[in-house]
Design a protein around this ligand. Sequence first.
Ligand code: MHO
Length: 276
Amino acid sequence: MNVGKSNHLFNGNITKELCERMLNVNICNRIPLLPIFLTKLYDYLEWMHYRKGFVDMNCIKDIERDLINERFVTATFGMGCFWGPESRFGGIEGVIRTRVGYSGGTTDNPTYRNLGDHTETLQIDFDPQVLCYEDVLRHFWRNHYPNRDEYKGRQYISLLRYHNDEQKLKIEKIKREMEQELGEQIETDIALFDQFKLAEERHQKYYLKRYPKALEQLEDLFPNAELLVNSTFAARLNGFVKGFLTRDTFIYEIKHWPIGTNERDLLLKRLISMKW
Ligand code: MHO
């Protein structure tokens, strides 16, 4: 067979050189890489196995797995009874999770019935590529009156806890801006974040829980009520039921969530066919 002179791969000298090179690669380089390759293969197979399991299970935690941006930012604040703010912020694009709890006090282990000097607080995790902390602060101050007299002690005071110096500086800046808007000094209790104690389950996604028929239809996605706490879908539903986001916005957002096609279709179908 005439392979042609231009085909250097079949030129006698180069073939020998190539063989030597391949041998080198095989023996000296490939074998040390083998354990790494096998580990990766093992991880992949394990992941496939796991994925198959969760697609079958339809659990919200797994459906939303790819939705969580690891570089999320946490914000903690109180603006009166925590039920409403959880709905409001649950409806904002970029908010990944919402949870209600108690912060700002000194007593140990606060509960709703034994609040001590703590305040009803909302904690959110948000994606800083979609929403900025300054806008979180604007939403916060524009949606409650921060100088209300203490009523039931510190339970409903305006409270802001910063998690780092960057948040502290932004608070100083936006507070000035909001004072201009409000036309008076803002008296929000502002300090470094100390602790946040998660509130009782019945307070989490409170307004969504007023729709037991809807929750029944979501039972397979949320096999236990605690899953509502960390779910973005649940946060949006909780915003939706109070009118903080429209059905169209919600649908549009899900269509753009970076999750699997099947998972996205499943959530859309649930939302569209939901009987309230
Ligand atoms: N039951 C009170 C507020 C509850 S909130 C969790 C009310 O509706 O006024 O503090």
